[in-house]
Design a protein around this ligand. Sequence first.
Ligand code: SF4
Length: 170
Amino acid sequence: MLYLALFLIFLAILFFWQSNRQRRQAGLPGGRIIYTDTRAWGEVEKPFFYSEMGLTGKPDYLVEQNGRIIPVEVKSGRTPEVPYDSHIFQVAAYCLLVEKTFGKRPPYGIIHYSNRDFAVDYTPELESALLDQLAEMRRDEYRTDVARSHEDAVRCRRCGFRKVCDQKLA
Ligand code: SF4
């Protein structure tokens, strides 16, 4: 029994180490699990707009903490072990919009899954990765031969462009 417990602890440490290593290699923050009081969340009425990057978006909520404004993105469905990269970039985009709108840089954004909340640190590295992504998207906007960026058939099945996309997966 003791051996089984030790083995399970070893597996948990290995899994934790491996997921963190992969995340560091990808250059994205993993997100810290936090507790947030949803009663303090205020709904956002109008989308924010950052004309220089042609970026617009509306976080689900904003929460004020010690004079700082933190965007919150709510995600339904399965709670992942660590936030998906697309969710990290989405909350980073909201951090950028909040900074441009209010002139205050959020130290992090929150991703709220059904049974866990993650704080994603809005680091200069994440901001720079976001700006690269946005620049790439703008470059691709008028191209007709953009290659698919993933191998996720489920994502294609749920995609609104499925009917017109010649690269969709089964
Ligand atoms: S259907 Fe096309 S646009 Fe949509 S996710 Fe799949 S590859 Fe991307």
